[in-house]
Design a protein around this ligand. Structure first.
Ligand code: PHE
Length: 474
């Protein structure tokens, strides 16, 4: 039995450093932008319920599986899978899903950075507005006073048409992400999480309490928790599963890579549970932060991806203190996005370091640039390339722009396929003793976890995937 090769030399300085970084990876645009968007588009309650089912039955067992692969393999997503496969005496072919995960991370970050760029723009607009109000002695004014609602909404359209501005924001965001990852696990990734995550939680709770007082909390709760199962068709289920995987950073190298930096004496099951609970909690709280404000001013919860950017600023105009809250709201999203983008970049970067023998600086530079360039294609597909179709022959993507194809294909296809393969690998192929020792679980709990990983997760993912991608089959 060969020992692990190409192992990492880096590590977290404590268990809490890992937990914060992993929660930072999980909590991101997925929670505060994508989840409310999808819940709104798919009718609310039933989607939320199905989503929670995916988290508990599929996501949580897989979080533990991915961290185990990382810690046992002690390398990047490809190297860790290879090491575990070798220690288990099974084919190196399993590294296929490690590759897929790194490619997914690469692709996701390319559009993620563009969206985070919009966040920076709005944080700037709202921040400018707030400080203007502050200096004119009206710190608690509503946001963007005197601007017509249409003009506020029109800002997003103008932003999408403004290539230099989009490019500048995308550059800033990738630049900050790069600067942090280049500093390494201890000085970069961990430090960022240590400052950004507590700040994020404080802002989240503060704005939610604000929304509960000033907005229409009752209607938001009813919307999010009253299930109407007629709205839960196969594509909605596929979207919920893809969102659960995306939100928990599954299938995209992050957790395997972060797992490799975890010390042997850290107990993994409670850590995995904390990640799942924090991530799902934040998604739901984000819904309870956003929808009361949306309903209070009679906006449409099903507005889609523009909900947060186009609808909310209109709401902030009409609310007391809206200028300040609007500013804090976008700062909050920025913090969340940054700790996630760091984890997205770290997957490919650690591959360059461990497998190609590059320095961290070189790997971070090359991957940041490459991802930045693909991001430009996503960015251009918002305007001059909006008619370009990458997958015209595939019905569910036929009408999708480059941006939408990369977002949709990673979320709906690549992440579920990687999740499926992870489950089969850990549930069936990896050495049982090694797996059991890594989990530290015993007796009934181990049996339950194994059942979920070996049976429920793969079958659930496969069924949802097939019917979601080929709705005609139903
Ligand atoms: N989980 C992050 C979010 O919800 C996105 C992400 C996906 C991060 C995959 C890392 C890996 O925004």
């Amino acid at each position: 039995m060969a020992g692990p090769t190409h192992v990492t030399t880096e590590g977290w300085s404590s268990r809490w450093a890992f937990i914060l970084a992993a929660i930072g990876a999980a909590v991101g645009l997925g929670n505060v932008w994508r989840f409310p968007t999808l819940a709104g588009e798919n009718g609310g309650g039933a989607f939320v319920l199905f989503y929670i089912g995916c988290v508990v039955l599929i996501g949580l067992p897989l979080i533990l599986s991915e961290i185990i692969i990382g810690r046992a393999g002690r390398s990047d997503a490809v190297g860790s899978v290879r090491n575990v496969a070798e220690q288990s005496g099974v084919s190196r072919g399993w590294t296929t899903f490690g590759w897929m995960e790194i490619i997914s991370a690469f692709l996701i970050l390319s559009f993620y950075s563009v969206v985070a760029g919009w966040v920076i723009y709005y944080a700037g607009v709202m921040g400018g507005d707030f400080f203007g109000n502050l200096f004119s002695g009206a710190p608690f004014a509503g946001a963007l006073q005197g601007e017509e609602a249409e003009a506020i909404q029109g800002r997003m359209t103008s932003l999408f048409g403004n290539i230099p501005l989009l490019l500048a924001m995308h550059t800033v965001f990738m630049g900050v992400t790069y600067a942090i990852v280049a500093r390494g696990v201890h000085d970069g990734i961990e430090k960022a999480a240590l400052y950004l995550m507590p700040a994020f939680f404080v802002l989240l709770i503060a704005i939610t309490i604000y929304g509960a007082f000033v907005g229409n909390f009752g209607q938001a709760v009813a919307f999010m928790f009253t299930p109407d199962f007629s709205k839960l068709d196969a594509p909605a289920m596929n979207a919920a599963l893809g969102q659960a995987l995306f939100s928990m950073s599954l299938g995209s190298a992050a957790l395997i890579t972060y797992g490799a930096y975890v010390s042997k004496d850290t107990k993994l099951p409670p850590t995995a549970a904390m990640i799942a609970v924090a991530d799902t909690g934040v998604a739901i709280i984000a819904g309870l932060m956003i929808f009361p404000i949306v309903f209070a001013v009679g906006l449409d919860p099903a507005a889609g991806p523009t909900l947060v950017f186009q609808s909310l600023p209109v709401a902030f105009q009409q609310m007391p203190g809206g200028s300040l809250i609007g500013f804090l709201f976008f700062v909050l999203i920025f913090f969340a996005a940054l700790t996630s983008s760091i984890s997205l970049l770290e997957g490919p970067v650690s591959w360059g370091i461990n497998e190609l023998g590059w320095s961290r600086f070189k790997s971070a530079t090359i991957f940041s640039l490459a991802i930045f360039i693909v991001g430009i294609a996503c960015l251009l597909s918002l305007n001059v390339w909006s008619d370009v179709r990458l997958l015209p022959f595939w019905s569910i993507f036929a009408e999708s722009s480059i941006f939408d194809v990369i977002d949709g294909f990673t979320g709906k296809v690549m992440l579920p396929v990687a999740a499926f393969l992870t489950a089969i690998f850990i549930g069936w192929r990896a050495d049982k003793k090694l797996v059991a020792a890594e989990t530290g679980l015993e007796g009934g709990l181990f049996a339950l976890w194994r059942f979920l990983v070996a049976w429920l997760a793969p079958i659930g993912v496969a069924v949802i995937l097939v019917f979601g991608l080929f709705p005609g089959l139903l």
